[in-house]
Each structure stands twice: as C-alpha cells, then as structure tokens.
Ligand binder design. Structure first.
Ligand code: ATP
Length: 972
C-alpha cells in the first residue's frame, strides 16, 4: 500500500504527509503537551544514570558491565571502542535524528521510552518525530518549554555549526576530565542540526501562516524533502536510507547489546524526530514559494541550473516511508482534487522556490561535505586512538604476563615456604616428643632419687628416733631417780617444816592465847580502872563531901573555939573553971586539925591517882583522835546544801555524806551515801563551848606535862579559823581553862608558868606572827627550829615568847597574831589563810609539896586550806602558796602514816610544819585533829577528800604518850 503510494516519486522522497503533517491549529495544544510529557519522561531517568549524548558528534555507549583492562585487552577493539567502520553508521544514525540516548538506553529505561513513544504516537501517530529537547526557539515552542521544563536542564541549541562544534568539544573535554571515556573524539555535525540552524536563522512563521500555505505548497514541499533525503545518502557515505530500509546498516556493526536495544519503535522515533526537524526546515523553505514573495523567486531562478541537476539525481531513487511509521496521509493534489482556494501553477514562484531550495541544498551540501571532512578527521583520530589503545593493550598484556610470572614466582615461593613450615612443624613435633620423653625420664629418675632419699631419711629418722627414745628413757630414768630422791628429801623437809610449823603454830596459839588473856586482862583492867575511876570519883565526891563536912566541922569547931575563948575569957575571970574548960577545948581543936590534915592529905593523894587513871584512860583510847565538825550555812546565797546526815545521836560519832551523782553501766544515775566514823562528830548546831568541852581533857594533859597538838584540817572556808582562833575558839578557851586550872592547882602546891608564841609557816618558811618581818630584815634573826631530844621539847630560836601571866595577855597576843597573819585573797575564799598558824603554849608546873615538875606544850594549829590546786584556779604567787600548802599537808599525812606503822623513820623534816610539830605528833604527845567540813554541795568533793584523809588519820595508832612529870632533881 505504502509502496504503491510512493511509487509516483522517482526521487524516492517521501511525501510530505509522511514526515509530519502540518498540524492544524486545533491540534497544537495537544501536540505541545505531548512534547512536554515526552521530555519529562526522558528526563525522568535517575540522575545517577549518565546523561546520554545530547549533542551530535559525541558518542555514548549503552550501559553495560564495566570491564577490566585485562578483559578489554582480550576483546576485539570494536566491542569497547567503535571502529571507524562502526563509528560512522553510528554517527549516521545520529545524523538521521535518533539520539544516542534513545538508541543506547538500557532496559531499565525501556518503560519510559515506551511511554514516551506511545504518548507521542497517540497525538501524532507512529512515525511522527518527537519534539527535540533543544528545539529552535519558536515563539510557541519556547513559550511552552519555558512553562513546562525546569530551566538549566537543557542548553539551547547553538545557532551555528561552529558553535555547535565548540560546545561538543567542551562537552567531550569535560567528560574526559571526569574520567569518562569516549570511544571517539570526532566532532560531527549532523545534517539535521544544520537544517535546524537554518531554520533558527529564519523568522519563524506563525502557525496561522503555515496553515494557509499547507495546501498550496504540499507538492513542492514533498520534492524538497525528497532532495533532503538524498542528501542524507551523501552524508552517510553512500548508504541508502529509505523508508523501506529504515534500519541503518550501522546497526549490524554495533555491539550485540546495542543491537538488542534498538527496536523498531525506536527507529520510528528516530525517524520521526529527523522528519520533524526536516519538516520544520522545509516548511520554512516552502513558505518562500508563496507567490506573495517575489524576492525569493528571483533568487531561486539564479541557481536553477544546479538545482536541476540535483533535482534529477533526487528522482533516481524513490524513497518510501516505513509503513508502520506513516501517519495519516493527507490527500495529494490531483486533477480530480476538489480543492477550494487553490492557486494555479506559478512557474516563477516555482523557480524562486527551486532557487531558494537549491541554495539551501547547496549550503546543506557544503555543510555536509565539511561534516564529512570532520568525520574523516574524526575517523583518523579514532584510528590513532585505536592504535594507541592497541598499544596500551599490548603493554598491559605484557605487564599482565609479567605480573603472572611474578605471581607464579610468588606462588612458588609461597609453596616452598609452606613446605618449609611443614617440615619445621614436623621437626618441632619430633623435638617436642623427644623433650617430653626426656622430661619423663628425668621425672622418673627424680622420683626414684626422691624415693631413695626418703627411704634414707626414714631410716635415719628411725635411727634418730630410736636413739632419742633411748636417750629419753635414760634421762627419764635418771630424772625419775632424781625426782624420787628430791621428793624424799622434800617430804622430809616438809615433814620437818610441818613439825616446825606445828610447833610454831602451837607457840603462836599459845602466844595468841596469852595475848588474848592479856587483852582480857587489859579489858578487865580497863573495867577495873573504870570501876576504880568510878570508885575514885565516888571517893572524890565522898572526900569532897567529907571536906565540906570537915569544913563545916571546922567552922563548927571555930565557932566552938570562939565560944571556948569566950569561956576562957569568962573563966579567966573565974580562973580555975576557965583553965579546965580551955584545956578541953584545946584538945578538941587539935583533934579537929589533925582530922582535917588527914583529909587534905587524902584528897591530894586521890587527885594524883585520878590523874594517873585519866591519862591511862586517854592512852588506852589512843594518842591521836579525830573529831569532825560541820559548819552551818551562813547565808542561803552560799548555794545548795550538801546531803550530810548525823545518824548516831547517842554517841555523835558518825557522819553520812551523800556523794556526787554516779552513772552506772546501765545508765542509771545514783548517789552513794558514804559513812564516816570519828571520835566525835559535831553537827552545825554545836557551838565552840561544847567542842572545847571535848578537848579540855587534852588541855589538862598539857598541864600534866604532855605535849598536846590540836590542829584543824579542812578546805578553805570550812571553819578552821573560826574553830581555832575566833573569840570563843579553842585557843582562848584553852588559855582560860589553863588559867583557871593553874589557879586551882595552886591549892595543891602547883605553880605554873605559861609562855606563848605564835608562828606561821608560809611557803615553807617560819614567820613570827608576834614580831613580823624581823627575820626578813635581819637574817640572823631568822626563825630556827631546835629540838631537845632529852626533854622532848621544841624551841623556835629568835621567836618572841610572851609570858602569859594573865588572861588579857593571851587575848592581846591573839589579836596581834591575827593581824599579822598572812592573809591572801583567793577565788575560793577571800579571807582564806594561806599559811599554817601555830600557837605554841608552853606550860611548866612545879609542885612545892611533892617537888614534882612537869613541862608540857599545847600546840594549837590552824592549817591552811586544803583545797585542790585546780579548783582554786590560783596563778603565780597564789599557785606557789597552794603548792607549798599541799606539800606540807601531804607531809603531815606521811608523818601520821609513818607513826601509825611504827616506822623507825618518821619524815618530820620533809616540811617545816611537821618539823616544827615533831614532838607534838606521836611519841610523847597527844594529838587531836579537827576535820572541818563545809555544808555546801559545791564543796562536796573536797569534803569527801577531807573526810577520807581524816579517816586515814583516825585509823592510825600512835604509841603511848608519856608525861614529862618528874620529880625535881633537887628532891630526887
Ligand atoms: N561553826 C560555825 N558557826 C558559825 N560560823 C562559822 C562556823 N564555822 C565557820 N564559820 C564562819 O565561816 C566563815 C569561814 O570560816 P573560817 O574563816 O574559819 O574558815 P577557814 O577554814 O579558817 O578558812 P581559811 O582556810 O581560809 O582560813 C567565817 O566567816 C566564819 O565566821
């Protein structure tokens, strides 16, 4: 059918309607839309896929597996690099309008291509050329493309062939820079592009103008296009491209992959594209044939000769379009065509048309020739490139061979090394086995040696054991014998000891019995003495009564004597009667005087016996006695009262002090009651008078020739000074008592002299309180202690002694001493005495009737405060005072303890106080200690300390005191 339609054209040119019928204005929107869609489809490929060639002259390859150099080296050059023969058809294909992208697109893009083709076919039919990506900028197409395509995705088609070539060169160079390899660098400008260039140089006719020309120029256009088709043959090197043989011969020379990708639809598409381009050019050319353009007709006639030749040639071979690609054929102008508005045959117009066509053809031919030259140059370049690549391949083959040989050598070496390694491993295994065997042998040997040594040692151990056992047994026997011997000896000794101990025990028992008897005797003696004392006291009372009676009798006698004298006077007047009466009265008087003398003598004797008995009683009671006195609370502001009780109201010898709070292990707080027992306890209500009543016997002992020491011990402010030196204290009372006693004793022929001195021990130095500062101003007047061992008396050299012959003198002396006494303020007691004051009263009595003489000393000592150093918070001089006070008190305790132990050495000299009181403490002395107690809770600890010290003194037994009463030497 198609062949018959084309048979009328000798040139083989396809009728214009086959290419691309001029679209009617009504179909334009659809057409433009299809172009846009197809372009979108073509551009919808992934960006990763390299863009196929878009410019003519550059070659692209289908996507295929990239091959190594080695692989390529083994391939024929034509498979990777297009040969000259292969490149040309390919170029020809491109010339015909089919882009390499459409030809070489792999199967992955087949769908889009199919869609592109099919969509296009819907609008223009199969064989119609799809719109070119960079189409000439017609007003319509440009406007459409700018609205549907993104800018920059395509570059505008160059206006000239030269420009096109430059762009291609740039493109190739850019690809080479990116490492992309192109099989050829030849630059080829296809004829189609040139025709487009021509078209682009001409003013584009509007769609309306073309529609007017369609009918009048259909035949002429057909012929022009036939000529154009013939030109393709020149360009393609003589290869005929016709509708019947649409498959280009170059396809057979392409690689298998490319061949497979080229489908009839693609060919149709390419052909349609080519035709579309040519149709545009021809339409432009045809427009010149319109009779209204006389200028073009003139030009056409000028070239008619040449044109004719070409025209003839163009008719030699008719070209028929591919049947499947043919669009709907428009009706040809025939004699029976019923065409309205058809203009008649215009020869001039035709000549002009031919002329212009000829010009175009000429230009096209020239362009084609130049393209051919370029292609030939490209072929040459490709050949050179191929030869270069061949050489490169050969070099690579050689290199490959070298590498192969090196690889072989390496393999060989590797194999040898492996062999060597295996041999080494085998060798090592053998050595290891040998070493293991050797080690086993050594172990066996070592075990055998160890066993042998063990056996040897065991034998040796057995031997040593036996020897040791034998030696042990021998030693055991020896020691047993010795032990038996020693046991026998010890038993004998034990027996002796037992017998001796039995004897000693017997002796001791006897002695104990004897002592018990003695104690019994002593007790009975005490009882007897007590009874004697009672008896004596009774006798004394009786005697006193007798004396009173005798005094009364004496009075009576005196009365009678006065009566008798009166009688004598009366008798003198009556001589004889009076003389007799006087003589009787004188006898009675003498008798009365005799009885009175006898009574007096008896009284004196009884008094002497009483003293002896009293002193014996005192000695039995002990020479050191302790009495406790608790002072009252002076003011409620002094503080809380301590819990002090006096449970024994009968004997008044006990005091119970509730101690401070103690926390037990269970956390309970309790307070212990600490009981103390002394010779006498004075509660706060007791006055000095009652206290003195207890000590008056000791004062009497001093009068009897004993050394008596009464001292007050206790903390500061506990009442020592009050007890000892206050106005009604012990010192004044003692002196008053002594005076009274001395006066009374005068009746008994006793005359006493009394001397007093008052000294102070301050910081271990003696000071005379009656002459203060004398020793300090004159060292020669310093007080010194002298002891008279024979008299058992102590004298303080350079100390003022005051003869106390009247009670007033004692009082003045005490005042003076009190003023001179060192009193220093401390935080504990502002009036605290920081020294020990000692009032020394020497009593010397002589009995003119009995020629007896006694010398006694009464020491009344007011000790310094015994508060603790920490509590007093003393500093500097006060601290030194306190240290010396504590030292002297400690020495006093040591002396008493030594006396209690009966120690041969009593440390009197350790302090000035004890040194001064040497003969008043122990030995031939009687000692009374007052422990003074503060009633305040705040002073509780000091109270307990003082009471414990006093208890210690109380438990001390000092030997029997002896009176110094002796007969005077002149009467002895
Ligand atoms: N039994 C008492 N009855 C009334 N007042 C007392 C009694 N005992 C002490 N005082 C008063 O307590 C105060 C302190 O007594 P005192 O000065 O005798 O204490 P002290 O122990 O001698 O002190 P220091 O060691 O400082 O000499 C004095 O004011 C005294 O009058």
């Amino acid at each position: 059918m198609e062949s018959s339609e084309n048979a009328g054209f000798r040139s083989g040119l396809r009728p214009p309607q086959v290419r691309a019928p001029i679209s009617s204005p009504t179909s334009a929107p659809t057409y433009l839309q299809e172009i846009t869609d197809s372009q979108h489809n073509a551009r919808s490929q992934p960006t990763g896929i390299p863009q196929k060639r878009t410019h003519k002259g550059s070659v692209s390859y289908p996507d295929q597996k990239r091959k190594t150099l080695a692989e390529r080296a083994g391939e024929p050059i034509k498979s990777g690099i297009p040969s000259v023969g292969a490149g040309l058809p390919r170029a020809a294909t491109n010339v015909k309008g089919s882009s390499i992208a459409s030809l070489s697109t792999n199967s992955s893009t087949a769908t889009s291509r199919y869609a592109q083709t099919s969509s296009f076919a819907k609008s223009v039919g199969p064989g119609a050329r799809p719109p070119v990506t960079a189409r000439a900028p017609t007003s319509m197409g440009f406007a459409q493309s700018t609205t549907t395509r993104p800018r920059g995705l395509t570059r505008p088609r160059p206006a000239t062939a030269m420009a096109n070539r430059e762009i291609e060169n740039e493109h190739v160079q850019a690809n080479q820079k990116k490492g992309m390899k192109f099989s050829s660098n030849f630059q080829y400008r296809p004829r189609r592009q040139m025709s487009e260039e021509i078209v682009s140089q001409k003013p584009v006719a509007s769609r309306g103008q073309r529609s007017r020309r369609d009918i009048s120029g259909l035949k002429r256009r057909f012929r022009v296009l036939s000529l154009d088709e013939q030109l393709d043959e020149h360009v393609n090197g003589g290869q005929v491209v016709s509708g019947k043989h649409k498959q280009p011969p170059s396809r057979h020379s392409q690689s298998d992959v490319e061949t497979e990708n080229i489908t009839p639809s693609k060919i149709c598409q390419e052909e349609a594209t080519r035709r579309n381009q040519l149709e545009t050019a021809n339409s432009q050319a045809t427009s010149a044939l319109v009779p209204t353009t006389p200028q073009r007709s003139k030009t056409f006639y000028g070239a008619s000769g040449t044109m004719e030749t070409v025209f003839k040639n163009s008719r030699t071979r008719p070209i028929s379009p591919i049947k499947s690609c043919s669009p709907a054929k428009p009706p040809f102008l025939a004699k029976d065509s019923n065409v309205t508005n058809f203009t008649g045959w215009d020869v001039d117009g035709r000549l002009d048309e031919f002329e212009s066509q000829f010009k175009v053809m000429k230009e096209t031919f020239e362009g084609t020739m130049s393209d051919r030259k370029v292609l030939e140059e490209a072929i040459d370049l490709a050949k050179h490139r191929a030869s270069d690549l061949e050489r490169e391949r050969e070099r690579l083959v050689d290199q490959n061979a070298q590498l192969q040989s090196q690889l072989e050598i390496q393999r060989q070496e590797n194999f040898e090394l492996r062999q060597e390694k295996q041999s080494m491993v085998l060798k090592m295994e053998v050595e290891q086995r040998q070493q293991k065997n050797e080690l086993e042998d050594r172990r066996r040997e070592h075990r055998a040696e160890v066993d042998e040594i063990k056996r040897g040692f065991e034998g040796e151990v057995d031997r040593l054991k036996r020897e040791h056992q034998a030696a042990t047994e021998a030693m055991e026997r020896q020691y047993r014998a010795k032990l038996a011997e020693e046991q026998a000896q010890k038993s004998r000794e034990l027996q002796d000891l037992r017998s001796r101990l039995g004897a000693e025990q017997q002796d001791l028992n006897l002695e104990l019995l004897k002592k018990e008897r003695e104690v019994q005797e002593m007790r009975s003696q005490v009882e007897a003495l007590k009874s004697d004392l009672d008896r004596e006291q009774t006798i004394k009372a009786t005697l006193q009564q007798q004396i009173a009676e005798m005094t009364a009798t004496n009075m009576t006698l005196e009365e009678r004597m006065r009566g008798l004298r009166a009688k004598i006077d009366f008798l003198e007047s009556d001589n004889k009667q009076q003389s007799d009466s006087y003589a009787r009265m004188e006898e009675r008087l003498q008798e009365a005087l005799r009885v009175a003398e006898e009574a007096r003598q008896k009284l004196i004797k009884e008094e002497t016996e009483r003293r002896v008995l009293f002193n014996k009683y005192q000695e039995l009671k002990g020479n050191i006695r302790v009495m406790c006195r608790v002072r009252p609370i002076l003011d409620p502001s002094e503080g809380e009262e301590a819990r002090i009780a006096f449970p024994d109201t009968k004997t008044s010898s006990q005091i119970d002090v509730t101690g401070p709070e103690e926390k037990s292990s269970l956390g309970t707080i309790s307070r212990k009651v600490i009981p103390f027992e002394f010779d006498r306890v004075f509660d706060p209500s007791v006055h000095n008078e009652e206290v003195f009543g207890e000590i008056s016997q000791l004062v009497q002992s001093a009068l009897d020739g004993y050394n008596v020491c009464i001292f007050c011990y206790g903390q500061t402010g506990s009442g020592k000074t009050y007890t000892m030196s206050s106005a009604d204290g012990m010192i004044p009372r003692a002196t008053h008592m002594i005076y009274d006693t001395i006066t009374k004793l005068q009746e008994k022929s006793w005359t006493y002299t009394m001397e007093g001195s008052f000294v102070e021990v301050y910081n271990e130095e003696l000071h005379d309180l009656l002459t203060p500062g004398r020793g300090e101003s004159d060292p020669r007047k310093k007080l010194e202690i002298r002891h008279d061992d024979a008299r058992k008396q102590t004298t303080v050299v350079n100390c003022k002694t005051v003869a106390l012959d009247s009670p007033d003198k004692v009082e003045s002396m005490l005042k003076q001493a009190q003023n001179n006494r060192s009193v220093a303020a401390t935080k504990a007691n502002e009036r605290s005495s920081r020294s020990h004051s000692v009032f020394i009263l020497k009593l010397v009595g002589e009995n003119s009737a009995t020629n007896e003489r006694c010398e006694g000393t009464l020491n009344l000592v007011d000790l310094a405060g015994s508060e603790r150093l920490k509590h007093s918070q003393a500093e500097g001089d006060r601290m030194r005072e306190t240290q010396n006070i504590n030292k002297s008190l400690a020495c006093l305790g040591d002396v008493i303890e030594a006396l209690g132990r009966g120690s041969a050495h009593v440390p009197y000299r350790n302090s000035k106080l004890t040194h001064l009181l040497q003969y008043s403490l122990g030995g031939n002395s009687k000692t009374l200690m007052f422990v003074m107690v503060s009633p305040l809770e705040a002073h509780l600890k000091e109270t307990i300390t003082s009471l414990r010290f006093a208890t210690k003194v109380h438990n001390t037994h000092i030997g029997t005191a002896k009176s110094t009463k002796k007969l005077r030497a002149d009467h002895a």
